[in-house]
Unconditional design. Structure first.
Length: 457
């Protein structure tokens, strides 16, 4: 019997046996499951006909459902862990234990790569702007490209080019057994690599592409390190395809998110426009009814000869005619509307304003909608200015404060780091004198609530 140290333990001198009561150093790694600390020299050295059969399941029964590209890729390299059967009375547990140790080291490399995630993701978020690795027109184009890429990945796996290894490795002096062992371990390593790659794709977010790439590159490094004796390594061509898959998946996620956000904004704009049109149409109907009523009353007063009442009602009728003309102008001119400057001290703090426009008949209705349950306090209005070309005026204000946007990714978020007085100066330069402008926000709800807030430690 001789002492058989597990992986990571120091190799003892030849013939060394542990003294009574000896215990391994707690700092040494735990032995892999099934590891034998003592083996017989006869069993390990004299029998040259040892054959260890390692079986790695491949595809499912062809009678089952036809898998897609990703599923077939998993079937080719994964399933239950390898099983071994003893031959000539020799227990292959040491070899299986070595395989388990390799898998454990690969898992350790995986967990170490995961530590990169948070810092890299935070760095990308700090940058704030996503840059596409493979710019395409829309999400559908990305889906088509990914589907084509999956076909290339499967073709490399089926052709046996996904993992490279030595073809002259011998096991117990047998080249055939060495090649079989290399083939079985290659399947095992490729299974581990594909599992890591698929996990990276499944857990991918558009902001952590570099972290996912580092995880996959760590797996490549670990496999190359563990398979150095057999010159085993992931084919760079195959690794490049999996990296491209990561990048395309991240690009697809970002493009799909942009398209959803654009569609949501368009729906919101259409709802706002439809509501404004309905309000203007209802106002026109009300004014026309009022005009018809005044005309009827005027006819009656003229018949009675009441000139004083006729003159008074004629003035009112003229005002109604002006209101109808103004309403018709706003219906016909979709660029007319109100430009507003508002803030929310309790929600966003000082020196942040929102600059927007609305075509609503009553613009304060729009401000009240913005201050709904999504923010804790109502908005304060600093300016509400009607313009015949509110669209252009709003755009000019946004351009003037473009470098001070709060959200540089979504330009429909119309918040800016600016004080009301700065906006007032720009408005005065664009439109002349302002009849009404409030410098300081009232923020009544905020100030009344703040005194009752719990004390921050």
């Amino acid at each position: 019997m001789r002492f058989n140290p597990p992986p990571g333990w120091p190799t003892p001198p030849e013939g060394w046996t542990p003294p009574q009561g000896w215990k391994p150093d707690p700092a040494w790694p735990a032995p892999p499951p099934g590891w034998q600390l003592f083996v017989t020299d006869d069993a390990s050295a004299s029998d040259n006909s040892i054959d260890v059969c390692i079986t790695v399941p491949t595809a499912e029964d062809p009678a089952g459902p036809t898998p897609g590209p990703r599923q077939s890729r998993q079937d080719q390299t994964s399933a239950a862990p390898p099983t071994a059967q003893p031959v000539n009375g020799v227990d292959p547990a040491p070899l299986l234990a070595r395989i388990a140790a390799l898998e454990a080291e690969l898992a350790t490399a995986h967990s170490g790569a995961q530590a990169i995630d948070l810092s890299d993701q935070r760095a990308l978020q700090d940058v704030g702007i996503y840059r596409y690795h493979h710019p395409l027109e829309n999400a559908a184009a990305y889906k088509e490209r990914i589907h084509s890429l999956e076909g290339q990945i499967d073709e490399v796996i089926k052709s046996g080019r996904a993992i490279l290894a030595a073809d002259m490795f011998t096991f117990d002096g047998s080249l055939a057994r060495g090649r079989k062992l290399v083939g079985d371990l290659s399947k095992l390593m490729l299974r581990a690599y594909n599992a890591e790659a698929d996990n990276c794709v499944r857990s991918l977010r558009s902001g952590n592409v570099r972290a996912a790439r580092k995880r996959l590159e760590s797996a490549v490094t670990a496999i190359e390190k563990l398979g150095v004796i057999m010159e085993m390594r992931i084919n760079p061509e195959y690794h490049a395809l999996r990296i491209t898959e990561l990048e395309l998946t991240a690009d697809f996620q970002m493009k799909a998110q942009e398209e959803r956000e654009r569609a949501r904004q368009e729906r919101q704009l259409l709802r706002e426009q439809r509501r404004a049109e309905q309000e203007l149409a209802a106002e026109k109907e009300r004014l026309e009814k009022e005009r018809a009523h005044y005309i009827s009353v005027l006819d009656s007063l003229r018949a009675q000869g009441d000139d004083t009442a006729v003159a008074e009602l004629s003035l009112r009728l003229a005002d109604i005619e002006k209101a109808i003309a103004a309403n018709d102008y706003r219906i016909a001119n979709i660029r007319a509307g109100y430009v507003y400057v508002i803030s929310n001290l309790g929600a966003f703090g000082p020196n942040i304003v929102k600059i927007g426009m609305t075509r609503r008949l009553e613009p304060m209705d729009r401000v009240r909608e913005l201050g709904d349950a999504s923010v804790p306090f109502r908005y304060d209005v600093h300016a509400m200015f009607f313009s015949e070309d509110a669209v252009t005026l709003e755009s000019e204000l946004h351009k003037a404060f473009a470098a001070r946007r709060v959200n540089f990714v979504n330009e429909r978020r119309e918040f800016f780091f600016a004080t009301p007085s700065e906006v007032r100066a720009l408005l005065a330069d664009k439109v002349g004198g302002l009849l009404e402008f409030t410098e300081e926000p009232a923020a009544l709800e905020y100030f009344q609530s703040r005194s009752r807030w719990p004390q921050q430690s």
